[in-house]
Design a protein around this ligand. Structure first.
Ligand SMILES: O=c1[nH]c(=O)c2nc[nH]c2[nH]1
Ligand SMILES: [Zn+2]
Length: 456
């Protein structure tokens, strides 16, 4: 089969090769084929003749070439590994309470509104468009317990061309009277939802879907042991991923210990119900014992680090360095609306600050935990997230053969929040400024599987 090149980018690419290796590729020529895969990547193409020769070799034409300016660059798309689409209307409010009170006062009442699909139709298209605008090419979503509204979210994600993992939330106990399911309806609706998403029509029909169902027990407090068991079975039968919350808040942990006294710890509760495996994403994981860390590593489950939420709900400060040292997979999450920002750039910044808090408090003890570096933060936002969703061989950086999920960054847009000074601002300084000062105004275009899904 001949490769048909549909787009070629010429300019600077920045991506992670590993947790510590951030690569800047100057004068790069990157070709994307008509199926959205990276067909070629040539380095140091410093003259027009070489450029023309490469284009000719691939039987492409000059009109396919997008020429980046000296300040522009391409980045891999961001992966938000934990986001409550249904809580988006509450982003920026309700920061006065810790987790359990916050759930009861602000979150459950809002989520209950999604019993109306009409309400979902007002909210979900905006959520997905806003996330794409912020450079989130892959999102792992919590919806609500409601089947029809959650199906609608899956359809919106697919129509807008985002890569998405969509979870119908499961809650059969310790929940408000008006926002709870029976175990029977919870399992039945989950299976129906999984079937619905797995049967969504692809475009073109012969490529894998960008949308995947994810089994979503809200957290152990809201799920009976019978429900957790049933969900473990559904996840196994369909070979689909699992997400939940783990060890976010000390009161939450105490309640779990009370509800499940037969299990050693919170992590074991999920493990016992076959919900902890290489496809599992656990949000938070702040207060884990060394035994729990070992179990998470053994099962190859991942942790979604949501630092904005952890600060905002005063849940605690996650020691990401320790997770990484243990060899646990880590990605970043916004956790809207526990976190007030929808942008992974915000998660990057808060992850940096959280790691400095950990460093400062470890500074005088036997074990010092160095704060996260720029290469590490970049990795967590892209490749780390890709690992959590088991797509590390598909997305996350610009390796030939991977799919082209990318952001075209323009530091010079009108009203840009980052200031540059020609005399001193080399591309590495510009990149760092973007990561700490930039925002969606600097994200000129967003691509998922080679298709432009946001921007001009
Ligand atoms: O940050 C959180 N947001 C939630 O909605 C939630 N539910 C259980 N535990 C939770 N933590
Ligand atoms: Zn959450």
């Amino acid at each position: 089969m001949t490769t048909i090149i549909s787009k070629i980018f010429y300019g600077t690419l920045i991506h992670s090769l590993s947790l510590t290796e951030l690569e800047f590729i100057h004068n790069a020529l990157l070709g994307v084929d008509n199926r959205g895969k990276i067909a070629f990547l040539e380095r140091n193409v410093s003259n027009e003749q070489t450029l023309r020769d490469i284009i000719k070799k691939w039987e492409a034409t000059e009109d396919k070439v997008v020429r980046l300016t000296n300040q522009q660059f391409l980045l891999p798309g961001f992966v938000d590994t934990h986001m409550h689409a249904s809580q988006y209307p509450n982003a920026g409010i309700g920061m006065d309470l810790p987790l359990i009170d916050w759930l009861n006062k602000y979150t459950f009442p809002l989520e209950q509104s999604f019993s109306s699909v009409k309400f979902a139709e007002k909210i979900y298209p905006t959520v997905v468009s806003h996330l794409l605008r912020c450079g989130t090419t892959t999102a792992v979503y919590y919806a609500t317990i409601h089947l029809e509204s959650t199906k609608f979210l899956a359809k919106v994600v697919q129509q807008k061309g985002q890569r998405g993992f969509i979870g119908k939330v499961n809650m059969d106990c310790n929940s408000p009277e008006t926002y709870v399911e029976t175990i029977e309806s919870s399992v039945k609706d989950t299976v129906q939802f999984v079937d619905y998403v797995l049967n969504l029509k692809n475009d073109p029909p012969d490529v894998s879907s960008l949308v995947t169902p994810i089994i979503t027990p809200r957290f152990a407090i809201c799920c009976s042991s019978e429900l957790l068991n049933a969900l473990g079975e559904v996840a196994k039968k369909y070979e689909i991923p699992i997400q939940s919350h783990l060890s976010e808040n000390t009161t939450e942990i105490a309640i779990v210990n009370q509800l499940f006294p037969q299990h050693e710890d919170y992590t074991t509760v999920y493990d016992h119900h076959n919900l902890l495996n290489h496809r599992t994403i656990m949000a938070h994981g702040i207060h884990l014992s060394s035994q729990e860390l070992k179990l998470i590593k053994k099962r190859n489950a991942g942790i979604s680090h949501c630092p904005n939420s952890n600060f905002t709900l005063c849940s605690g400060v996650c020691n990401v360095r320790q997770l990484l040292d243990e060899g646990i997979k880590v990605g970043l999450g916004t956790d809207v609306s526990g976190g007030f920002s929808k942008s992974i750039l915000d998660s990057i910044r808060n992850a940096s600050i959280a790691s400095r808090v950990v460093y400062l408090s470890s500074n005088t003890s036997d074990k010092v935990y160095p704060h996260l570096t720029l290469p590490e933060l970049t990795y967590l936002a892209t490749m780390g997230g890709a690992q959590l969703v088991n797509l590390e061989n598909v997305i996350g950086n610009f390796i030939v053969g991977k799919e082209f999920d990318a952001l075209l960054i323009d530091p010079e847009v009108e009203g840009s929040p980052m200031q540059m000074f020609d005399e001193i601002d080399t591309i590495d300084r510009i990149f760092e400024k973007f990561m700490f000062l930039g925002d969606e105004r600097n994200i000129k275009a967003v691509f998922v599987r080679g298709r432009k899904v946001s921007g001009i």
